[in-house]
Design a protein around this ligand. Structure first.
Ligand SMILES: C[S@@+](CC[C@H](N)C(=O)[O-])C[C@H]1O[C@@H](n2cnc3c(N)ncnc32)[C@H](O)[C@@H]1O
Length: 262
């Protein structure tokens, strides 16, 4: 999937100077991790870690974090330092489909990235999480793109003007389309100075029901969902979860069950 490396490296070169820093979003993710797993120091694997800001906040809270990122966004993580007792950050620039990690983790996180690839890719990743990386009884926290909201954005275009004071140097355009047959959003960007060089990310979106089907046979079970400020068990959903209109993604809390018999 060469487009993955190219897309996130190029967009990282546009946005990294502005966005490769710790923000409120990283602290919110740490709060979610603590809400679902408690605050005891844990061995954490973060997939698709981008610039590394969430990994850094997690390590700074005393967790031992291993972070994997394939694109050049990983280069921004070289600046990160951790000085918390017990906390550590090992940042690896590699492909999570092939990287060899010789140990297990209490929790695997994938923030804002699951769905980059085909169903077969996603299942391959879920199997790696279940059979190689999570310790028995471990938990995976995975942001999932929500098709109900992405579908509403079909045809939307945006024009982003530069804001050099904040580190945004490029004048950019974005167009979103949504294919209801494959349930995939295509998010296309181009620099106003280079309109012929358009780049796209393709994001497979999953309803919770689709995700549950995808998980079949992986040993992972969809236990809980967090959508915005609301957390609910996948089997007992509230009247208004916000999934129809408000949240472009939701956090799936996946628990590792007993081994699946073939
Ligand atoms: C939408 S970005 C989110 C980055 C970060 N988690 C955040 O929330 O800011 C998805 C990230 O996953 C990374 N990624 C996608 N496929 C990957 C793979 N096979 N191995 C490692 N990283 C991958 C991309 O390069 C990209 O940085």
């Amino acid at each position: 999937m060469q487009w993955v490396k190219d897309f996130y490296s190029r967009t990282g070169s546009w946005w990294g100077p502005a966005e490769a820093r710790i923000s409120e979003r990283d602290h919110q993710r740490l709060s979610l991790l603590h809400a679902h797993l408690g605050t005891e120091p844990a061995q954490v694997l973060e997939l698709g870690a981008g610039y590394g800001s969430t990994a850094a906040v997690t390590a700074q809270a005393g967790h031992a974090v291993t972070a994997i990122e394939i694109s050049d966004r990983a280069d921004f993580a070289e600046e990160l330092t951790i000085d918390a007792p017990g906390g550590s950050l090992t940042f690896i620039k590699d492909d999570f489909y092939s990287v060899d990690l010789p140990r297990q983790f209490d929790v695997v996180c994938y923030w804002d990235g699951f769905g980059v690839g085909s169903d077969a890719d996603q299942r391959r990743l879920l199997r790696r999480i279940a059979t190689q990386w999570l310790r028995p009884g471990g938990t995976a926290l995975i942001d999932v793109f929500n098709p109900f909201v992405w579908a509403q954005w079909d045809g939307d275009e945006e024009h982003r003007t530069p804001n050099p004071d904040l580190g945004y140097e490029h004048e950019l355009f974005e167009r979103v389309t949504f294919d209801p047959v494959t349930c995939t959003a295509t998010d296309t960007w181009w620099d106003a100075a280079r309109p012929d060089e358009k780049i796209s990310q393709r994001l497979r979106c999953y309803t919770p029901a689709d995700l549950a089907l995808l998980l079949a046979g992986t040993q992972l079970e969809l236990a809980t969902i967090t959508a915005g400020d609301l957390t609910f068990e996948a089997t007992r959903r509230p009247e208004d979860s916000g999934l129809l209109r408000r949240h472009a993604s939701y956090l799936a809390i996946l628990r590792l069950g007993p081994p699946v018999k073939d």
